[in-house]
Design a protein around this ligand. Structure first.
Ligand code: ATP
Length: 199
């Protein structure tokens, strides 16, 4: 699996629609300071479901929408789509190519799409569990992140190893089952209370 392309429109400094095509190898993005290199990485982070505005170097989520320049009016929405080659089926879907997209309007309305079909953020997260690609994955290493990993809490470092070992989805499923069990336990307590009131 590899990243084939990134399409951005109205995202941060990219007002016009622009498509970056990548090949299965190393690509470098070069440019002067402030030209938008980090915005490309932010776009990938964002489309993968990043909800933490700090990680996107903004004050609010709407800050990702092109805010205008001297010669150009602000835009009303931001759109990013990434296309991954999935011919090795590392992503557990039948498609040879997977496109994940996210759109956000100034009104706050937003949408996620997988191969053109509207979906939930949860679906995007689940698609990438244990691949290292998700927003918590290690495929995007931002400036200063290595330091943070090395000096972080052991539990945080453990999360990274869990992702690499491919056990995150099992842990999540286990936690969901434990929560369901706890809910059922509470329901039983309530039923017993009602029963003893009736007796
Ligand atoms: P450096 O080499 O200094 O790290 P860079 O090439 O990585 O810089 P970025 O940080 O990606 O640059 O881009 C910063 C530019 O993006 C700034 O000029 C900023 O004004 C512009 N920018 C960020 N958000 C928006 C937005 N919502 N609308 C318009 N422009 C934006």
């Amino acid at each position: 699996m590899y990243l084939k392309s990134i399409e951005v429109q109205g995202f941060k400094s990219f007002a016009n629609k622009i498509v970056f095509d990548f090949h299965n190898g190393i690509t470098g993005i070069v440019g002067p300071n402030g030209s938008g290199k980090s915005n490309v990485a932010d776009a990938v982070r964002w489309v993968l479901g990043e909800q933490r505005v700090k990680q996107l170097r903004g004050g609010s989520m709407q800050d990702v929408i092109f805010s205008g320049t001297e010669n150009r009016k602000p835009l009303s929405y931001a759109y990013v789509a990434i296309t991954l080659d999935n011919s090795d089926h590392q992503l557990a879907v039948d498609y040879e190519e997977v496109t994940v997209a996210r759109k956000l309007y100034r009104s706050g309305e937003s949408e996620y799409l997988i191969n053109g079909h509207s979906c939930r953020l949860k679906d995007v997260n689940e698609l990438f569990y244990d691949t290292g690609i998700g927003k918590e994955g290690y495929s995007i290493i931002g400036q200063g992140q290595i330091d943070r990993i090395l000096s972080g809490k052991p539990e945080e470092r453990r999360e990274l190893f869990d992702e690499a070992a491919g056990i995150v989805k099992f842990k999540r499923r286990k936690n969901m089952s434990l929560k369901k069990l706890e809910d059922e336990r509470q329901n039983l307590v309530r039923v017993n209370d009602i029963l003893s009131e009736l007796e």
